[in-house]
Design a binder for this molecule. Structure first.
Ligand code: SF4
Length: 359
């Protein structure tokens, strides 16, 4: 089902402040600068992030002058919902148009007892992974933290549901937009605001090694997932060009350091299975050798085919044998069912179809 929507539309903007991209410390500073009592910073922060109220006129308890100043200086969500597609399995894909006309997608994935939202971090992506539809767009631009928060607010406004888990696995490579992504992670996990548990926020990378070390240094409050997808450099070079810069040994050393820095925290390894490319039992053995000592969990994702691709999904038997070998080696292994395939919302299928993004 596709329905045109126009639920939130910002007026033409002349101001620069986006309240829903600000950290609490910045809201406090804003109040200090305007000589407003600190208690108003808490009130404003709660209105924005707990009640998702960006309509300054309706935030109660703020001094009149401050409210007036805010209304002039800030802008509400500058994005529009363009479409809302619902899969037979309940997965829901939203297409949002940003202020500059760029289109991005975000996905709600319901399971029995929780809702997970897949957040986009860039318009397109520069990483060029061969099995991913987003890669075909190239990188159009980085998303700001406020635009990532907007994805949560707008999808909740349309669906009436807030997610319990957030995964930075939508369009884009999060660590290629580190500053805005780390701002977003700190905003959503702030206990005074949206208060997502850091255990319920997962950042997935194709393997930008310096970004992993920044996560360690800055104690970024979220989980790490690594999209591995190959067990030797020749194959990974071919399907994930980032591997030529940060080869497997370098990447796995960073994962090892991350795990050590976080006192044996589990890292999720994602492995998209491509028929005849990375799905042999020899691949399973090499995968075991890479991660056996690390205590990682593995998600196996049989490839979601799209038009125009030479890759194929492996057979059920191949996936089953591959998984069995990992389980025998004592590795926690989950075969992820594909969600939302009928609306191209499955992993690697986000492209903002029918959008403004194509040149
Ligand atoms: S799989 Fe992720 S990192 Fe690779 S091209 Fe697609 S969006 Fe970018």
């Amino acid at each position: 089902m596709t329905s045109p929507l126009s639920i939130v539309s910002a007026e033409p903007q002349t101001s620069t402040l986006q309240l829903h991209g600000m950290l609490f410390s910045e809201i406090e500073q804003l109040c200090r600068d305007q000589q407003i009592k600190p208690s108003h910073a808490e009130r404003l922060n709660a209105a924005i992030y707990r009640h998702r109220n960006l309509d300054i006129a309706h935030i109660e308890g703020l001094p009149h002058n401050f409210r007036h100043w805010l209304a002039q200086q800030t802008q509400p969500i500058a994005a529009q919902a363009i479409s809302d597609q619902q899969s037979q399995d309940g997965t829901r894909k939203f297409l949002f148009r940003m202020e500059d006309g760029s289109d991005i997608e975000t996905v709600h994935i319901p399971t029995a007892n929780r809702l997970t939202q897949c957040i986009s971090t860039q318009v397109g992506c520069a990483m060029g992974c061969g099995f991913c539809l987003t890669a075909q767009l190239g990188l159009k631009r980085q998303l700001r933290a406020a635009e990532m928060v907007s994805q949560i607010f707008l999808a909740a406004q349309i669906s009436g549901q807030m997610p319990r888990n957030l995964v930075l696995m939508g369009m884009g490579e999060p660590l290629h937009n580190y500053d805005e992504v780390s701002r977003f992670v700190r905003i959503v996990t702030d206990p005074k605001g949206m208060a997502f548990s850091p255990r319920r926020v997962t950042l997935s990378t194709s393997g930008i090694v310096p970004g992993i070390y920044r996560m360690i240094e800055e104690r970024l409050p979220c989980n790490l997932a690594v999209s591995l997808n190959a067990t030797d450099d020749a194959t990974r070079d071919q399907i994930m060009p980032i591997n030529r810069k940060y080869p497997l040994a370098t990447l796995m050393r960073a994962v090892t350091d991350y795990i050590a820095a976080y006192d044996h925290k589990r890292v999720l390894i994602e492995y998209v299975m491509l028929q005849g490319v990375n799905d042999s039992l020899a691949d399973a053995e090499r995968l075991i050798a890479w991660i056996n000592h690390l205590g990682c969990t593995i998600n196996l994702l049989p490839f979601n085919a799209f038009h125009d691709t030479a890759y194929k999904s492996p057979s059920i038997e191949t996936v089953s044998q591959f998984r069995q070998r990992l389980v025998e080696a004592g590795i926690v292994t989950v075969v992820r069912e594909s969600r939302g395939m009928d609306i191209s919302a499955a992993c690697g299928q986000l492209q903002a179809e029918n959008s403004n993004n194509r040149d």
